[in-house]
Design a protein around this ligand. Structure first.
Ligand SMILES: *Cc1c(COP(=O)(O)O)cnc(C)c1O
Length: 349
């Protein structure tokens, strides 16, 4: 089989959720963000594992993403939609019992006209200028909206991964000014905000990236192992070249393994000549260009030819790969692609 295996440890993801949950007071609920197919790890399986761990509120980006989550959760747990109630979403929101996080006056009007009485939440903009009502708009409609009984009022921090950034305090103050005394459960923090401390926690937190083992939640467990099958091994003589653009040249006689996975699988081309693969504990340098479906690796120093080489695992996390490629763990994870055979491990598997 030439498809690589992405092992996903559901126990590690559940343990990360519990660890983040313990960081806030018992009165603060901990949600779970499973948008973008749970950051590439599989929204259905991950949501089920997190529900078993105790999560009761889930967040997706678009209403369509709610289907896979509702299918495994059944009735009960709340599924909130960050993009709110878009034109064309009404049937999905009703049929899947989604809770749109309304982000504009237009969306509020659409929601109360098409689904009167259906649960909703409100998003406020506290300075990020991305989603949500701003102070003057909120002041104009808050009385009417609060009477309709929103489930949740939330905002989002722009710089929570930089604890000393002045935006954090400024957004916190704005959120207080907009919501103090509203009598509705409030949420401000994703993973980064949880780490900023209790003043940022309010009634509900919304961790995403920390569940999947990436920064800024440094004490989280890495739930992923990505094992690439060795398709062929060849002996390369001194001065022979390997791969596109002939960008690697053997200094001496070498053994080169060709492994199955490439930039079509999210192993960004920027990793060319930079990343390391692992035969168990033994590092093996990625040589030459990453191509669409294949990577070449120098295994001259190995005593036996391995069946697989790992590019994510105990010695190299998604964050490490992201650093090499000049991006962030979020992008690495959500780029992983559909070609991998996702294999779930742990009690929830
Ligand atoms: C993606 C997202 C989250 C989760 O953020 P992480 O940094 O992954 O924890 C929370 N809230 C909103 C509004 C988001 O878009």
């Amino acid at each position: 089989m030439a498809t690589a295996r992405l092992f996903i440890d559901l126990d590690a993801i559940a343990a990360n959720w519990r660890a983040l949950d313990r960081m806030s007071a018992a009165t603060t609920q901990t949600g779970a963000v499973v948008k973008a197919d749970a950051y590439g790890t599989g929204a259905g399986r991950v949501s089920r594992a997190l529900a078993r761990a105790g999560a009761r509120r889930f967040f997706v980006a678009a209403a369509e993403e709610g289907a896979a989550v509702r299918a495994v959760l059944g009735h009960g747990p709340q599924i909130n939609v960050f993009s709110g109630h878009m034109a064309g979403d009404t049937d999905l929101i009703r049929d899947l019992d989604l809770t749109p996080m309304l982000n504009s006056i237009d969306q509020i009007m659409r929601h109360v006209e098409t689904l009167p009485g259906h649960p909703f939440g409100i998003q406020l903009d506290t300075g990020m200028n991305r989603l949500g009502l701003e102070m003057p708009e909120w002041e104009a409609v808050a009385g009417m909206v609060l009477e309709l009984g929103p489930e949740l009022i939330m905002s989002h921090l722009a710089c929570a991964d930089e604890p000393d950034h002045a935006m954090n305090e400024a957004q916190l103050a704005e959120f207080h000014a907009m919501t103090d005394g509203c009598g509705v459960p409030r949420s401000l923090s994703a993973t980064g905000g949880i780490l900023l401390g209790e003043r940022y926690h309010f009634d509900l937190t919304r961790p995403g990236i920390g569940l999947y083992g990436c920064r800024p939640f440094d004490s989280g467990r890495n739930p992923l192992q990505l094992s690439l099958p060795v398709v062929q091994v060849r002996e390369v003589a001194a001065d022979e070249v390997v791969g596109y653009a002939a960008s690697w040249r053997a200094e001496g006689p070498s053994y080169v393994a060709t492994v199955s996975a490439g930039y079509a699988d999210g192993l960004l081309r920027a990793l060319s000549g930079q990343a390391t693969l692992w035969a168990g504990k033994v590092p093996c340098p990625l040589i030459g260009r990453v191509s669409m479906d294949l990577i070449t690796v120098d295994i001259s120093h190995l005593e036996t030819v391995p069946d697989t080489l790992d590019i994510i695992g105990p010695y190299q996390s998604a964050d490490d790969l992201a650093d090499i490629a000049g991006t962030i763990g979020y992008e690495m994870l959500t780029s992983l692609g559909q070609r991998y055979h996702r294999q779930y491990e742990g009690e929830g598997a």
